[in-house]
Design a protein around this ligand. Structure first.
Ligand SMILES: CC(C)(COP(=O)(O)OP(=O)(O)OC[C@H]1O[C@@H](n2cnc3c(N)ncnc32)[C@H](O)[C@@H]1OP(=O)(O)O)[C@@H](O)C(=O)NCCC(=O)NCCS
Length: 300
């Protein structure tokens, strides 16, 4: 159900408005104008996360002046499932900045999370100071780098997956539904909508299907011989040696953009260089058992 509220400023408050295509398009436009990100394809690729709860102030001409969306993002942290929510799509159009609209939306989203009983809230931001007053803290993130393992032999070669085709999207969505978290230190449990849209946001990311292991792998080559593994989606996580053999690539150096505790390989943890912070609001401070980061395929 969408609920509406009219404010003295002439803006109309609405929440849960994703079923209204015009309002959805207003969000697509707001994110395109603010961050130069196009989430339009999500509508054709299986819709936004079904748990999404957007909060927005709409102008009379239909433009979205301010938005913040929350959705359920169950995580595994240090081996335990955390019933977390995530905040995304936080933006206010320039003419309406400095009026307290974002503060208002943040408070509404926090109240919704409280009401739903989420244990923690996560978000990505380049402005941590905006969220510190609400108890969000930045997490220290690490990727892993090292020499490639000796690839196992006699693999069935992986095939390219194109999430824009119906059958490949169905295969991917089925794998996302039954996926094993890619790490026990820090990983999403499912977050299918984010994985699917992230396949479209970075054109250099390739998705391959390992037939025997029934697993999708998100990867790229940084340079000849330099392999970068972004995520693995399957009911069992194959070893890095198996993945490299199935992809049939020449890999000397490997970066893994999540904690590789299930890959049968250990590299060196390297602090992640990024202008965005992953922040968490939780009853207790979080310290990872091992250096970790959230796969970029879970970026939201
Ligand atoms: C950042 C942004 C969302 C703020 O929206 P806004 O409606 O102007 O913010 P508000 O008027 O509600 O101010 C909310 C609080 O944030 C503070 N704030 C505003 N901009 C800030 C910034 N760039 N950095 C840190 N704090 C900021 C305000 O001082 C205010 O603090 P207070 O509650 O203690 O008074 C808006 O400028 C924007 O859309 N920027 C571009 C996109 C972006 O950065 N999104 C958020 C990052 S994920």
């Amino acid at each position: 159900m969408s609920s509406k509220d009219i404010d003295r400023s002439g803006l109309t408050f609405r929440r849960d408005y994703f079923d209204d295509l015009k309002a959805w398009q207003a969000l697509v436009d707001l994110l395109k104008d603010t961050f130069d990100i196009d989430i339009g394809p999500l509508q054709q690729m299986g819709r936004p996360d079904p748990s999404s709860m957007p909060f927005g102030w709409f102008a009379a001409d239909g433009r979205l002046a301010a938005n913040l969306s929350a959705f359920a993002m169950p995580l595994v942290i240090n081996g335990r499932t955390v019933n977390a929510a995530a905040f995304q799509s936080g933006a206010v159009r320039p003419p309406w900045r400095g009026l307290g609209l974002y503060r208002d939306l943040t408070q509404k989203a926090l109240a919704w999370c409280e009401e739903k009983g989420f244990e923690a809230i996560v978000l990505y931001t380049d402005k941590p100071a905006l969220y510190e007053p609400y108890g969000f803290r930045s997490l220290s993130l690490h990727a892993y780098s090292g020499n490639a393992p000796v690839a196992s032999k006699a693999q069935l070669p992986a095939r390219h997956l194109d999430p824009l085709t119906k059958t490949d999207l169905e295969l991917l969505r089925a794998a996302l539904k039954t996926r094993e978290p890619v790490s026990d230190v820090l990983a999403v449990r499912e977050s299918a909508a984010m994985f699917v849209i992230n396949t479209q946001l970075d054109p250099s990311v390739r998705i391959s299907w390992l037939r025997r292991e029934q697993a999708a792998v998100a990867w790229k080559m940084e340079a000849p011989g330099h392999f970068r593994l972004l995520d693995v989606v399957g009911a069992d996580i194959p070893s890095l040696a198996t993945i490299i053999a199935a992809l049939d690539i020449d890999a000397g150096v490997v970066d893994v953009l999540f904690c590789p505790d299930k890959l049968g390989w250990s590299g060196q943890a390297q602090p992640l260089e990024s202008y965005t912070h992953l922040m968490i609001r939780a009853p207790r401070a979080i310290a990872f058992d091992r250096p970790a980061m959230l796969s970029p395929m879970a970026d939201f």
